[in-house]
Design a binder for this molecule. Structure first.
Ligand code: FMN
Length: 164
């Protein structure tokens, strides 16, 4: 798929079929994440790939804004070492994975990590060290719901040539 088409096609999907995602595809998603731009080329990220139903259920209970992860085929949890630009780097990796998922026909949704009250509990559940910041959880699965793009603000509304 052309890059722009993939960007235009992506939408948050929160309902999934029960069938699993092949390991090769999960590796491809993480491969996309690790290729994101990263300030000072630090690459502070770590990706935890979770498929065990018990852990997915627990994550859904802890990360309340992403309770639907309990029924996902997989969740990729992104942590970053606490560097100056950890959040930007982690978000860039998150978006790479979302776009790669859209390209593969997978449904995915960004679940907030950083700033949420459940960061410590998620880290503890997954055994992450204290030096690691939770950036995001990405729920993944073959989409059950129809992919519907939100109504974006128009190009004319957001574009400013030279100045406001
Ligand atoms: C930083 C960030 C955090 C988000 N956290 C959540 C979340 O916790 N739960 C959720 O259901 N969606 C979450 N989303 C997805 C947004 O709700 C979604 O992107 C928005 O509604 C626009 O819809 P779209 O992705 O289909 O274009 C998050 C998105 C971003 C960028």
């Amino acid at each position: 798929m052309q890059t722009f088409d993939c960007i235009a096609k992506r939408a948050s999907i929160r309902e999934y079929e029960s069938r699993p995602i092949e390991k090769k595809l999960l590796e491809k998603l993480v491969d996309a994440g690790r290729r994101a731009p990263t300030a000072r080329a630090v690459e502070p990220w770590e990706f935890v790939v979770i498929q065990e139903r018990r852990t997915l259920k627990k994550l859904g209970e802890i990360a309340t804004s992403g309770s639907f992860v309990k029924d996902a085929a997989c969740c990729i949890v992104i942590f970053c070492k606490e560097t100056k630009y950890y959040l930007e780097d982690g978000c860039a990796a998150t978006e790479n994975i979302l776009l790669c998922a859209a390209d593969l026909g997978l449904g995915a949704c960004w679940i907030a990590g950083d700033k949420k009250p459940y960061v410590d509990e998620v880290s503890k559940l997954l055994g992450g060290g204290e030096d690691l910041k939770l950036i995001s959880l990405i729920s993944l699965g073959w989409p059950k719901e129809e992919v519907k793009q939100r109504k974006n603000r128009s190009l004319q509304d957001v574009i400013h040539w030279e100045k406001f």
